[in-house]
Design a protein around this ligand. Structure first.
Ligand SMILES: [Zn+2]
Length: 354
């Protein structure tokens, strides 16, 4: 049996999402979000995802435990559940000695997400589920033709779609058009992408809604980071003094966030429980990589309603998972520019020059 399996996740931001750096002021923004150091594109770190998934799976397990206790007491029986609550004990960092992680091989939270080294110096456990960073797949940008969802070859590569021929400093669309198109304040030449239909079908298989599939705009990788960073949501807020009910002096602050409608992609790598032991004992909470992924998926309904990141009380952070399964077959698409002002491509493709 494989030692691990990968599961692709596609999520749609139902609210603006702010996963902050906790420091660093950039330009006019006080509270900045995390960016990839190489591409400079905002992302949600895998460590943030792992923490939020852990909390929500613990909540789900605890709700089940409470339900069983209630049912047993109604039937006048002794409940067949463990004493220790899953939430909050098995959630969080688990460093508190009294209310820390249970560290049991039959705990779905501690086996899937791991646990810290115990007070008695017994070993820690890394957990059976690993989370990649959540990267930007489709990013909504205002244009004079209404919102468009911008993507790039590098972003599409993460869902197994290889796109070639997106080389011009231009925006590639499903339909060719005479005029230039603005993406935010950036005005670009347009090109027709012949293979947009193939990309669209692939996104449809991943649960991306029609209204997004119909409004795709493909740009070269070097433009993508630029367009994303110029079109993040930036809001300004003011702190209110609770005693006076008026604005605090000098308490104006701004924050940035991924806008509502952003589509993100991440992976859960599920390890095979049969290859691991906890304090010499066989893991019984899960038996296969698929099992590990199913436990992690219990967090998705909570992500949709309780969200991720900061300022949840200000109506932020809800993330709906659109797709959660093994990756479908990869495919490649050729975006040959065929705009009228562009000679049709006659250069070699993959070295097929006669
Ligand atoms: Zn536990």
């Amino acid at each position: 049996m494989a030692s691990f399996e990968r599961f692709l996740q596609i999520g749609l931001a139902l609210d603006p999402i702010h996963v902050g750096t906790g420091s660093a002021r950039i330009g006019r923004v006080d509270l900045t979000i995390v960016r990839d150091p190489v591409t400079n594109i905002p992302k949600i770190p895998g460590s943030s995802l792992a923490g939020v998934y852990r909390t929500y799976v613990a909540m789900h397990q605890e709700e089940n435990r409470q339900q069983q206790i209630q049912q047993a007491s109604q039937a006048g029986q002794q409940p067949q559940v463990r004493e220790k609550p899953y939430y909050p004990d098995c959630a969080g960092l688990g460093l508190d000695d009294n209310r820390g992680h249970c560290r049991k091989p039959d705990c779905p939270v501690c086996t899937v997400f791991g646990f810290a080294r115990g007070a008695g110096q017994e070993g820690g456990f890394a957990g059976l589920a690993a989370f990649t960073d959540a990267h930007m797949l489709l990013f909504p940008v205002p244009t004079r033709q209404g919102p468009m969802w911008v993507t790039s070859p590098m972003a599409l590569e993460m869902i197994g779609v290889t796109v070639n021929g997106v080389d011009d400093e231009a925006v590639y669309l499903a339909e060719g058009q005479e005029n230039k198109l603005n993406l935010g304040w950036l005005l670009l030449e347009t090109r027709k992408c012949e293979q947009m239909e193939a990309i669209k079908n692939h996104l449809a298989n991943l649960g991306v809604p029609d209204y997004i599939q119909d409004r795709l705009a493909l740009v070269p990788d070097r433009l993508f980071a630029h367009i994303v960073n110029s079109n993040l949501e930036v809001r300004t807020l003011v702190s209110i003094n609770p005693e006076t009910g008026a604005a605090e002096d000098r308490a104006l602050f701004s924050y940035e966030a991924l806008p509502r409608g952003t589509v993100l992609v991440w992976e859960i790598i599920a390890k095979n429980p049969q290859h691991f032991r906890i304090n010499g004992q066989i893991i019984t909470a899960v038996s296969s990589p698929k099992d590990v992924h199913e436990k992690a998926e219990q967090a998705h309904n909570y992500l949709k309603h309780l969200g991720i990141g900061g300022m949840g009380t200000r109506g932020m952070g809800r993330l709906e998972v659109l797709y959660s399964d093994q990756p479908s077959d990869s495919q490649s698409a050729q975006c040959t520019p065929t705009a009228s002002n562009q000679p049709s491509a006659s250069t070699s493709q993959g070295g097929e020059q006669p």
